[in-house]
Structures are given as structure tokens and as C-alpha cells.
Design a protein around this ligand. Structure first.
Ligand code: MN
Length: 723
């Protein structure tokens, strides 16, 4: 392709800009992209009536001049609208320019498409969503340049579109640019948006600034002269200037502080940029300024020692200038200034190795990630755990509700995760889903930007398979909760059947007996046994007649029986005190509730049998005392303040070598607890044991029970109880 003189000049200008600002330039590739884009867009016009090619061309100039990064970004910006607006597709781009360029162009096309037709109500989520979709940060740079150029040429589109694009820019792009440290882009985007969103206010402020310009310049000259002299004495190289105030920031201050233009604008602003690599010179300069003019105490900010999250560094101070007027002074080095204005691109420039290697790019991407992670930590909206887990936006996706709201979900989420995110009820009854208007299976993996609608049915409930594909903690735990509840209902109904049967046959089974029976029938524990009963898999009559026939001795184990234990424990502590006294009163322990040391107890006066000691919570006792009036008497276990009493626990689990050792160690390790006795017996591959030990109170006992439950292989620990 032979270029016209006009196009040849454009290409030369672009190559010049690249040579001037970029570390390395592949001129052939840029020339090829230039010609390719020129050809691709040859039939299209912009709203201004210009050939469309002027847009990607200007965008590539912005990239080369204003945030120079590398030549790949320049090539990508020349081609950024090709796939979307012309007949050329991504495959062709890949073939001609390689996957790197094609992927950037694809990214730009995708994130542009997202905004269309969506009401932007959650700007913060949008920004995160964008980031979650962008693998290569260069996509964002091209998108910024694209938006900047569209904003600069917004006058040519209709007023409705102007407003839409301007508010989108103000809501999304400007804050986004700020996060990237692209200070100058941010200001420009804001001022341009402001111009189209509130033309009157914009023009009024612009007019006033213009009319005060002479006065302002004169004052700044007066203010800076003595500083300049002093700085020269110190032989510092510097640039000092009145800082241009941005229209939108003046406007925002007027609104926020509810003050007229004059009061806001009265604040003069000076910036001193030092040509030095040494940040100490900034503090020297601060000292000079403070010597000349009195600083205002609470207006000093040192962003050099503690940079902002977007890596902004500068000293800010406010001093009282001539005529008592306040002047804001910013002091920074040239490097800090470039970072403030050009953000990521400047950071790049100051890297030691100026060629764009893979590794540099990686470092840069990590640097961006850092900014974002720290930014959201500072936001403090999420707890620490969450910010560790989820702030790498690759781990998150953003999903639109049918109304266009955004919901955040972990990566690999499915419609079921989304349903539970909306509401647990939606999750419980979710039967199907539409993703971007199409019905899909419930285990379909969602992607950022998908719009999801859930179909529910009253008769639908969570099922086991859901656990296998859901990704969010919320969905998992809700489904488990549902399944457990279902499971529990089944177990309880089995237990009820069992207990009814036992009662009918007048049999007595304690918890250990049931457990042993369950094991002998090859159930892992009594829960599975009850479950099998509920499901009709156990013939209870058969099972029970078999146990009846067995020799009683056969079921006896060397393990301590409750009766024995209770006697040991009661004797050990010396019995109960009746109304505070030890001797002379006849009492015995009620069989209905079998109180043992540590239980809150009360005495019930009987005729002929003396006092019966019951637990305070005994149901029998409550019934009797209600019927026959006050026949209760205060009793308690002695020495409950400081001394210890004997208590007992039963432990069951898988038998393994060293389990006895493990159990006793666990007990002793807690507050050096004393063990009185320990008994373990083994049946098949299972053990059961009883331990008597000295505890201070029920709390002490419960702590030990909790610890024993955590011992590997142990599946049941219970306080020794009669049953
Ligand atoms: Mn474009």
C-alpha cells in the first residue's frame, strides 16, 4: 500500500512520538498496523464527518505520548476498533499481529460491550468487574486512551449521547484512572464530563477563572519570588509554578463546602518540582517555605513517607502568604510528579531495564494488583479474611441480575451459587436458570458480565449433587444445612421407632448398648443404625430377639458401669451436705436422674426413705413438687469452690495403637487434670472406654470433652450418664 503524503506524515509523526517516549520500537509492526487500520476503516466516518481512521490514530498518539508503555500497546490501539466495527475478525488479527495484540484488542472490545444498555448504579462493582475480566493491564490503557479521545471529541455527537457518555466517564473511568495513578487523565476526564453534564456551571467557573487570571498571576509571582531566591542559594534545580486548578474540583468543593467560587478559588496553589533523585531535598524545600511563610498547623500532609495507595507521593502544606491569604504548596521530585501524572506508565519508565521483557511486564501487573488490593483493604468494607481470599479479582466474577444490579461471586460459580447469593429461599427452590436469556443446566459455569435469571418451583429442593458443583461458601453451607436437616429428620424418626419398640418389649438399652448393637450389625455408629431403621432396612423384631437370646455375660464389658462410677464419685467427694450439714441425716440418690458430683442438686423429703437427692432439672422432681407442695430441702456437694470432684466420660472410636496414650495425654494437657482411672476395651476395630477424672466444675469437664472429640479416630465423647 502506498501512502498519500498526508498519511505518510501521520505515520511519521506517530513513529517520532514512539521513538521519543518508548524504550523500544518495532517500526515495521507499527507501520503494518497503521496501514491495516487505515484499510479496515476506509469506508467509515466519524460523527464529526472525518474519516473514522482518525480515531484509532489519535488514540495511538495518546498512548505513545501520554502514557507510553510499549509498542505493542501502540499497535493494539491502532487496531482497537477493527474487530468491532469492520469485517476483519480476531483470527486475522492473530495471524497478522500475533496473539498478544489480538488478546489486547479482544479485551478492549469485550469491556466496551459491557457498558452498553446497562444502567450503571454500582460504579465500584463495575470497576472490579472490569478488572476481573482484564488479564492484561494494557487493555485498560488502550481503553483509557480510547475514552479520552471520545471525550475530547464529544461535541460532535447528539446531546443525549453526550450525557450518557459523560456520566459513564465520571462514574467509571475517572475514578478508575485515579486508581491507576493516571492523575492527569483523571482530571481531564472529569473536566470534560463536567462540561457536558453541567454546561452552565462549567462555563461560569471557566469565565471567572479567566477574569481573575491577571490578579492570580501577580500574586503568585509575589509569593514565589523569595522562595526562588532561597532555593537558588541551596543550588537546587526546580520548577515552580502556579498549579492549575481543575474546574470540576473547584465545582465539587463549592458544592461540598457550600461556598461561593470566590472563597474556594481564593486558595492559591503552588507546585514545586525538584529535579533531583533525592527525596530529602523535598524536606529541605519544605523547611525553606516554612521559614518564609507561616504554615497552617493541620494542613500538612507527608505522602512521601507514606505514599497513597495509587503510589502518589508529594508533600502538601498550606501557608499564610502576603496579605494573609492561604496558599497550598505541593513539593515533589520529578519522578514523583511523573508518577502522579502518568501513573503506571511513569513507573515503567523508571524501571532499570528499559526494554519490555516478559518479566518486567509481570512486575508491572503485580504492581497494579497491589494497588487494587491495598485500595480495597483501606476501604475497610470487607473483613480481613475476605480481603485475603477474594481480592485477587481473578478469583471473582460479577453477575448482573435481571434488573441490571451487580452481584459478586467466587470464580467458577454456577446459577445455584447465584440463587443462594440472591436469597436462601431462592436457592432452596431453584429449579432452572437463564443465562443471557438462554435456559442452561444448573451446573453451568458463569462468567463475569453474564446476566442470570433464576427459575424457582415450590416443590424443588436442594439435592446432594449440588454440593459437587457449587463454588461459594454460602451455597455450600446452605445446601449442607438443608441436607443435614433432612438427614436429622430421618434419624430422629428412626430413633423414635426404636424407642417405641424398646418400650413395648420392656427392654433396657443404654447408649453404649445401642452403639455396640449398631456395630455388630455393621453400622458405623448409632446414627446410621437409626437411619436404617427409618428406611425400613432393619427388622427390629429379629434383631432384638437375637440380642435377648444372647447370654447376658456376653454383653458385659470390663468397662466401668455407671452405677459403679456414680458410687465412686459420690464417695470420693464425701456425699452431699444437707442444709450445709454433713452428718446425721439419712439420704439416698434418686434412681430417676442419678445425680453425680457437679450436678446442681436438691433434696426431696420422702416418708420412710429419708431424703432423696435429685438433680434440680429432674422431670420427676418437678412433677412431684408441683403436686404435693413444698417438701424440698437445700443440699449441695461439698467444697464446690476450690476442690475437685470426680467426674466421668465415655469415649468411643476407632481402635489404634497408642489411642489410650493419646486420650490420657489430651486430658492431662488441659490444666494438668488428674486422672483417677481409665479403662479401654476393644471390640473388632472399635474401642470404648471410660475415664474418671478430677474436675473443678462442669465447665472444666466440658473443655476436656471438647478436646477429646478432636482426637483423631474418636467419634463419640460423652459425660458419664445413666441411661
Ligand atoms: Mn474506539
Amino acid at each position: 500500500m502506498i501512502l498519500t503524503p498526508k498519511h505518510q506524515k501521520m505515520l511519521d509523526d506517530l513513529l517520532d512520538a514512539c521513538r521519543k517516549h518508548l524504550p523500544a520500537v518495532n517500526e515495521d509492526l507499527i507501520t503494518k498496523a497503521f496501514k491495516f487500520a487505515l484499510e479496515a476503516h476506509k469506508n467509515d466516518l466519524r460523527a464529526s464527518g472525518e474519516p473514522y481512521f482518525s480515531h484509532p490514530y489519535d488514540v495511538s498518539l495518546i498512548v505513545a505520548r501520554e502514557f507510553p508503555l510499549d509498542d505493542v500497546t501502540v499497535v493494539s490501539s491502532l487496531l482497537h476498533d477493527v474487530v468491532e466495527d469492520t469485517d476483519f475478525n480476531l483470527e486475522l488479527l492473530t495471524r497478522e499481529f500475533g496473539t498478544e495484540v489480538a488478546e489486547i484488542v479482544d479485551g478492549v472490545t469485550k469491556i466496551s460491550g459491557l457498558f452498553r444498555g446497562q444502567e450503571i448504579t454500582q460504579a465500584e462493582n463495575y470497576r472490579k468487574m472490569l478488572l476481573s475480566m482484564v488479564r492484561d493491564v494494557r487493555v485498560i490503557l488502550v481503553k483509557f486512551a480510547d475514552r479520552l479521545h471520545n471525550m475530547r471529541t464529544l461535541e460532535f455527537v447528539n446531546p443525549e449521547k453526550q450525557r450518557r457518555i459523560a456520566s459513564e466517564t465520571l462514574d467509571i473511568y475517572a475514578p478508575f484512572a485515579n486508581r491507576f495513578g493516571l492523575g492527569r487523565v483523571k482530571w481531564e476526564l472529569e473536566d470534560l464530563s463536567f462540561k457536558y453534564l453541567n454546561k452552565e456551571a462549567y462555563e461560569e467557573i471557566a469565565k471567572k477563572i479567566k477574569s481573575k487570571r491577571k490578579e492570580r498571576e501577580a500574586y503568585i509571582k509575589k509569593f514565589t519570588e523569595p522562595i526562588i531566591e532561597k532555593l537558588k542559594e541551596y543550588s537546587l534545580n526546580f520548577d515552580i509554578s502556579g498549579r492549575p486548578k481543575h474546574l470540576y474540583s473547584i465545582y465539587r468543593k463549592m458544592v461540598r463546602r457550600n461556598k461561593p467560587f470566590e472563597e474556594i478559588y481564593d486558595l492559591f496553589a503552588i507546585r514545586i518540582i525538584l529535579d533531583t533523585p533525592n527525596s530529602n531535598d523535598c524536606f529541605t524545600t519544605l523547611g525553606i517555605v516554612n521559614q518564609m511563610y507561616m504554615p497552617v498547623a493541620d494542613r500538612f500532609k507527608d505522602y512521601i513517607s507514606i505514599p497513597k495507595t495509587n503510589n502518589y507521593q508529594s508533600i502538601h502544606t498550606t501557608v499564610v502568604g502576603p496579605e494573609g491569604r492561604l496558599v497550598e504548596v505541593q513539593i515533589r521530585t520529578q519522578k514523583m510528579h511523573e508518577v502522579a501524572e502518568k501513573g503506571v506508565a511513569a513507573h515503567w519508565k523508571y524501571k532499570e531495564n528499559k526494554t519490555a521483557s516478559e518479566k518486567d511486564m509481570e512486575g508491572w501487573v503485580n504492581w497494579i494488583r497491589d494497588i487494587f488490593e491495598n485500595a480495597s483493604k483501606e476501604d475497610g468494607r470487607k473483613d480481613l479474611l475476605e480481603s485475603f481470599k477474594l481480592n485477587l479479582y481473578n478469583d471473582e466474577i460479577y453477575i448482573f441480575t435481571p434488573k441490571g444490579d451487580l452481584r459478586r461471586l467466587p470464580a467458577k460459580s454456577t446459577p445455584v451459587d447465584y440463587a443462594f447469593e440472591i436469597h436462601s429461599k431462592v436457592g432452596y427452590h431453584c429449579i432452572g436458570a437463564k443465562v443471557n436469556g438462554k435456559i442452561v443446566p444448573l451446573d453451568t459455569m458463569l462468567h463475569s458480565g453474564d446476566q442470570v435469571e433464576i427459575i424457582t418451583s415450590k416443590n424443588q429442593h436442594p439435592n446432594k449433587n449440588w454440593i459437587k458443583f457449587v463454588a461459594s461458601h454460602k451455597a455450600k453451607s446452605e445446601i449442607r444445612k438443608w441436607l443435614n436437616k433432612e438427614e436429622e429428620d430421618i434419624i430422629n424418626s428412626g430413633k423414635e421407632l426404636w424407642e417405641k419398640k424398646i418400650k413395648k418389649l420392656k427392654l433396657s438399652f443404654n447408649i453404649q448398648d445401642v452403639f455396640k448393637l449398631a456395630l455388630s450389625l455393621k453400622y458405623e455408629n448409632q446414627k446410621y443404625f437409626y437411619r436404617a431403621i427409618a428406611e425400613g432396612k432393619v427388622n427390629l423384631d429379629e434383631v432384638l430377639s437375637a440380642t435377648k437370646d444372647k447370654d447376658k455375660k456376653d454383653r458385659e464389658s470390663p468397662v466401668l458401669e455407671f452405677e459403679n462410677f456414680a458410687n465412686i464419685a459420690r464417695n470420693d467427694i464425701g456425699g452431699v451436705l444437707v442444709e450445709g450439714k454433713v452428718d446425721g441425716i439419712l439420704y439416698s440418690y434418686a434412681k430417676c436422674c442419678n445425680p453425680i458430683p457437679g450436678d446442681p442438686v436438691v433434696g426431696y423429703i420422702t416418708i420412710g426413705e429419708g431424703i432423696k437427692i435429685h438433680r434440680k432439672t429432674c422431670n420427676n422432681l418437678l412433677r412431684m413438687s408441683n403436686k404435693e407442695g413444698n417438701k424440698l430441702i437445700a443440699v449441695n456437694w461439698p467444697g464446690s469452690d476450690s476442690s475437685y470432684f470426680v467426674s466421668g466420660v465415655t469415649v468411643m472410636g476407632e481402635d489404634s495403637p497408642g489411642i489410650l496414650n493419646e486420650i490420657s495425654h489430651t486430658i492431662v494437657a488441659y490444666q494438668n487434670t488428674n486422672i483417677k482411672s481409665i479403662n479401654i476395651s476393644t471390640i473388632n476395630s472399635t474401642f470404648e472406654g471410660s475415664v474418671t477424672l478430677y474436675v473443678k466444675d462442669i465447665e472444666h469437664l466440658n473443655r476436656i470433652i471438647d478436646r477429646l472429640k478432636k482426637v483423631k479416630g474418636v467419634f463419640s465423647v460423652e459425660r458419664f450418664e445413666s441411661n
